[in-house]
Design a binder for this molecule. Structure first.
Ligand SMILES: Cc1cc2nc3c(=O)[nH]c(=O)nc-3n(C[C@H](O)[C@H](O)[C@H](O)COP(=O)(O)O)c2cc1C
Length: 176
């Protein structure tokens, strides 16, 4: 099976997750290409697609939303999985709420696409990489939830990402 792993990112950590997902797919016997949504025209030519983005204010980043919207027909015709990266998914108390929000909103981006799975993963919060405005926004939002307001916090659980990818690979094959 040839799988497209399409991602969007603002500060690079989701790109690393997309690469890790592709590595797991290859170890499981599939071909996998990784591409950034804003640089990708089409999902044609692939048997299945995994698409992911960080969450900003309860939404995927715009290039990821635009990619699934403009490829809705192609994606509806093949098995698809979505994933989202966020601060909230890496914090046990906040995780159920972000899962609920994204499980509701992601299918609305391209309503005829029915993802076989929606993965929710803790991402990276890195105040040193934010510009002044983002730093202020994040301090306020994360601080309100009791989270960190300075420094770098890598909340990615690579075992969880790997297990999810293996499960998605199994679901893609069932779909075939
Ligand atoms: C401007 C901004 C808004 C964000 N909004 C949210 C949010 O609403 N909920 C959340 O849980 N995480 C939020 N985050 C955290 C990011 O989703 C998280 O840091 C993600 O891993 C970043 O991925 P990237 O390094 O690929 O850009 C936000 C981050 C930034 C910079």
């Amino acid at each position: 099976m040839k799988v497209l792993v399409a991602y969007e990112t603002a500060h690079k950590s989701t790109a690393e997750v997309a690469e890790a997902i592709a590595t797991t797919l290859r170890e499981g016997g599939d071909e996998a290409d990784v591409a950034r949504c804003r640089e990708l025209q089409s999902a044609e030519g692939y048997d299945a697609c995994i698409i992911g983005s960080p969450v900003w204010a309860g939404n995927w980043l715009k290039p990821a939303r635009a990619f699934v919207a403009r490829n809705e027909q192609a994606l509806a015709a093949r098995p698809v999985a979505y994933f989202h990266m966020s601060g909230a998914a890496g914090i046990a108390d906040e995780r159920p709420e972000i899962v609920r929000i994204m499980n509701e909103s992601l299918p609305e981006y391209a309503p005829s696409v029915k993802p076989v799975s929606i993965g929710a993963f803790g991402g990276v919060i890195d105040y040193d990489r934010y510009n002044f405005v983002l730093r202020m926004v994040m301090k306020s939002v994360v601080g309100r939830g009791g989270g960190p307001t300075s420094g770098r916090h890598d909340l990615r659980d690579w075992d969880e990402i790997r297990e999810w990818t293996m499960e998605v690979q199994r679901l893609f094959r069932e779909h075939d």
